[in-house]
Ligand binder design. Structure first.
Ligand code: AMP
Length: 281
């Protein structure tokens, strides 16, 4: 397995891979790898010939009061996991390699970046879109793999590659969960035992709303209120948002019809967790 933090070296490795006619799959991550990330690596292994994992805690997607400096960076165990899962190249640059002095260019996917997580994390998706486009330009993957857990991120990246004619195919993997339903996240390790015990309520609330839809509920506000009530009834949970949105536009739906996302962001102490369920009627 190749490991480098240098753009030039990563390009050398991948030029050789390409010259062998192999297709390159990229799994972009911020590290602290868990089974959710590794499910995307496995998907990449089945669908491409050479898997690249990028590990980069991207400073431009964190707000000033967010957890950039304390975000976990267990690089040795991440490399070990990558080796075990047949990764061909780990690209883990330092911030200065990606954003050298004098850096000025940012990408914005207007509209889609403003609601849901964008409302509580201003500038977050500008940082995400920018770093993903940079990774695509640096590594030029044939296919890139993202998790449905970050549904707004997926939607924004799909729009970005369509609008800017990026020749990378986007594949989306399902959310991997703990046995009790909690979506795996590198941030789960911030939870204290009581918070960890309460956290599955997020997914339970989403599932309950989904079941109501299947049982015939067609009022989005009723469903949204159900989500709010379930979170308000959860010890230690503070609601950031509860939303029932169109899966394409990410705008709140007026009626329950086409593909939708039921989405929650909930804080437990300083830890903010997100989750969503996609509903296709
Ligand atoms: P992150 O390291 O949090 O930036 O996540 C890197 C990639 O892994 C993103 O595409 C995420 O959507 C995906 N991911 C994170 N958690 C999960 C999960 N529980 N299941 C599936 N994919 C995930």
């Amino acid at each position: 397995m190749h490991v480098t933090g240098e753009i030039a070296r990563a390009r050398e490795v991948l030029a050789q891979v390409r010259s062998r006619g192999q297709r390159i799959g990229l799994v972009p991550t911020m590290g602290a790898l868990h089974a959710g990330h590794l499910s995307l690596v496995e998907l990449a292994r089945t669908e491409t010939d050479f898997v690249v994992v990028s590990i980069f805690v991207n400073p431009t997607q964190f707000g000033p009061a967010e957890d950039f400096s304390r975000y976990p960076r267990p690089i040795e165990s991440d490399l070990h996991q990558c080796r075990r899962h047949g990764v061909g190249l780990v690209f883990h640059p330092e911030p200065v390699e990606m954003y050298p002095p004098g850096y000025r260019t940012y990408v914005e996917v207007t509209g889609l970046q403003n609601g849901l997580c964008g409302a509580s994390r201003p500038g977050h998706f500008r940082g995400v879109a920018t770093v993903v486009l940079k990774l695509f330009n640096i590594l030029q993957p044939d296919v890139a793999f993202f998790g449905q857990k970050d549904a707004q991120q997926v939607r924004i990246i799909q729009q970005l590659i369509a609008d800017l004619n990026v020749p990378t195919v986007i594949r989306v993997g399902p959310t991997v969960r703990e046995p009790d339903g909690l979506a795996l996240s590198s941030r789960n390790q911030y939870l204290d035992p009581a918070q960890r015990q309460a956290a599955p309520a997020v997914y339970q609330a989403l599932r309950e709303a989904e079941v109501r839809i299947q049982a015939g509920e067609r009022n989005p506000e009723t469903l949204r209120r159900l989500l709010v009530q379930r979170i308000e009834a959860t010890p230690g949970a503070v609601l950031d948002y509860a939303a029932v949105v169109d899966a394409e536009t990410l705008e709140p739906v007026q009626r329950i019809a086409g593909p939708m996302l039921l989405a929650l962001a909930v804080k437990f102490g300083t830890t903010r967790l997100i989750d969503n369920v996609r509903v296709d009627l």
